[in-house]
Design a protein around this ligand. Sequence first.
Ligand SMILES: NC(=O)c1ccc[n+]([C@@H]2O[C@H](COP(=O)([O-])OP(=O)(O)OC[C@H]3O[C@@H](n4cnc5c(N)ncnc54)[C@H](OP(=O)(O)O)[C@@H]3O)[C@@H](O)[C@H]2O)c1
Length: 261
Amino acid sequence: MSSTPASGAGAPEEPQGLEHWQGDALVVGGGGIGLALLEALAQRAPGLRLWATSRRPWPAGSVVPPERVLDLDLTDDSSLEACTSRLQDEDVRLRLVINTAGLLHDGALQPEKRLQQLRRDSLQRLFSVNAYGPVLLARALEPLLPRQKPLHFASLSARVGSIGDNRLGGWYGYRAAKAAQNQLLRCLALEWERRLPLACVSLLHPGTTATALSEPFRRSVPAEQLFTPERAAHHLLAVIAAQTPAHSGRFLAWDGTLIPW
Ligand SMILES: NC(=O)c1ccc[n+]([C@@H]2O[C@H](COP(=O)([O-])OP(=O)(O)OC[C@H]3O[C@@H](n4cnc5c(N)ncnc54)[C@H](OP(=O)(O)O)[C@@H]3O)[C@@H](O)[C@H]2O)c1
C-alpha cells in the first residue's frame, strides 16, 4: 500500500519524551494490546498515574492496582457516566487516553466473507464498540481534560478500515465500523483544535498482533510480520510520543506512516 511519512515540515514544536509526561493516563480495554501498553507505560512514563478499564477479572500483579481499574462497557451510557463520576471523584486530570477496545469476532459474530452473511444485529454490535464507543468515550471523558495542558487521545483503529486501501473486500462490518470511527474522531480532532488547542487525537493501526482478536485469522501472516503485544505497544507509544497538536486527527500505522482514509 502507499504510505507517506507523517513527520517533517510543519511540526511547530518538538514532542516531549514520555519520560517527562505528568498526570493521569487511562487505557481502555484489558486485552492483549491494552495490557501490554500499561506495562510499557509503567516502564517508560513513570510520571503518569495509570488507570485501566476492563470487564474481565484483572490479572494479579498488574502494574495497575485493582483500585484503579474501572468496569467499563463502551456500549452502555450508564457505564460511561459511572466511569466519568469515579474519575472525577479521584480528581483525575487526563494527560493520556488510549482506547484499545475493539470487536472483530465473538461467538456467532464472525467477519463476513460475502454479502449474504451480513446481519443487522452483527453490524449494530460492531458499530457500537468500534465506531460509537471511542467518540462516546471522548464525550464522557471531556470534563476530565485540561484546556491549558497537553493531552493525547489515541484510539486503536485498523488498516482494514482504510477505504482508499481496501483492495480485498470482505469484513464489511469491521472495516466500515473502523472507517466510521476514523471519521468521528477526525471531527473530534477538528473541534478540539478550537476548544482544547493543546490536544492531539490519533487513530492508530497497531500492526497484526498476536492477541485473541487476531487469533483465528493470522495463519497466513508471516512470522516476522506478526507482532507480540509488547512489540506493538512499544511501536504505538513511540508514535504517540512523536505527535504534537499540529498532528491531531491523523490515521497512522505502527511505524508512524500515514494511512490513506
Ligand atoms: N490484534 C490485531 O492484529 C489488531 C490489528 C488491527 C487493529 N487492532 C485493534 O487493536 C485494538 C486492540 O485489540 P487487541 O488485539 O488487543 O484485541 P483483544 O485482546 O481482543 O482486546 C480487545 C479489547 O476490547 C475490549 N472490548 C470489547 N468490547 C468492549 C466493550 N463493549 N466495552 C469495553 N471494552 C470492550 C475488550 O475489553 P475487556 O478487557 O473488557 O474484555 C478487550 O480489552 C482493537 O481496537 C482492534 O480492533 C488489532
